[in-house]
Design a protein around this ligand. Structure first.
Ligand code: GDP
Length: 230
């Protein structure tokens, strides 16, 4: 997939402030400092599209971009550890949680994990939350240029081993580097495949009026067929 346009739509403080659900959305989330902004800039081919911040937890808003006029890239606030009483419990922004749980046009989440680190409790808890809430996701191991290929492989294998009991079939995993550009093509391909499947499903849904398909309750819009790995 080529990115021909990346247009900032808005920064939403909560789910209600997000745009209408007319376009498929692909969301990116990870621990603060995981390299999300750098990866988004790499994917869009535009430096400065997502703000690259060296300050952990800088962004608290849901930043939304319209891509190629037909899908949205959603930059979700990073997660961190709660302060105080619930210390060491993974915590993430309420707006992000609401978005992930309730956004019906959310197609796929890219869960970012730093490839140079052994499995972190906070990432494992987040992935567990995604599984519990049946949110479709793939794993993206970032900053592969920072460590050796063997270290990346060891950490990816260790992370996969820690989460494997939660799945019949593991979610897809990718490696990437905003420095070298590794993974850009593969991640855009994932989005391309999903868009192709969504477009095919919606043209199949165009049945003649005298043969209406099953009715979808107005308040329970299903997500597109996502080929979920579990
Ligand atoms: P965010 O907080 O998740 O949005 O992370 P940023 O994109 O702001 O990156 C955090 C830090 O990691 C910055 O200093 C980046 O320059 C650095 N960084 C991000 N991606 C990469 C990468 O692929 N390779 C290397 N070596 N550094 C990276």
């Amino acid at each position: 997939m080529n990115i021909s346009s990346a247009i900032f739509d808005r920064s939403a403080p909560d789910l209600d402030s997000c745009p209408d659900e007319s376009l498929p959305e692909f969301a990116f989330i990870g621990r603060s400092n995981v390299g999300k902004s750098s990866l988004l800039n790499l994917l869009a081919g535009e430096q400065g599209m997502a703000r690259v911040s060296s300050r952990p937890g800088f962004t608290k808003l849901i930043n939304i971009f319209t891509m190629n006029k037909c899908w949205r890239l959603v930059d979700l606030p990073g997660y961190g550890f709660a302060q105080g009483a619930r210390k060491h419990r993974a915590r993430f922004n309420q707006a992000a949680a609401d978005y992930l749980e309730h956004r019906t046009n959310l197609c796929l989440v890219f869960a970012l994990i730093e490839s140079g680190l052994a499995p972190q409790q906070i990432d494992l808890e987040f992935v567990e939350w995604l599984v519990r809430h049946a949110v479709p996701f793939v794993l993206v191991f970032t900053k592969t240029d920072k460590v050796s290929a063997a270290t990346v492989q060891t950490n990816v294998a260790a992370f996969t081993a820690r989460i494997s009991a939660w799945f019949e079939k593991l979610p897809a995993g990718f490696t990437c580097s905003a420095e070298t550009g590794q993974g850009r093509h593969e991640l855009l391909e994932v989005i391309d495949e999903q868009m192709t499947a969504i477009n095919a499903a919606s043209s199949r849904a165009l049945v003649p009026a005298e043969h209406p398909g099953p009715r979808v309750p107005q308040n329970r819009k299903p997500r597109p067929d996502l080929n979920r790995p579990w």
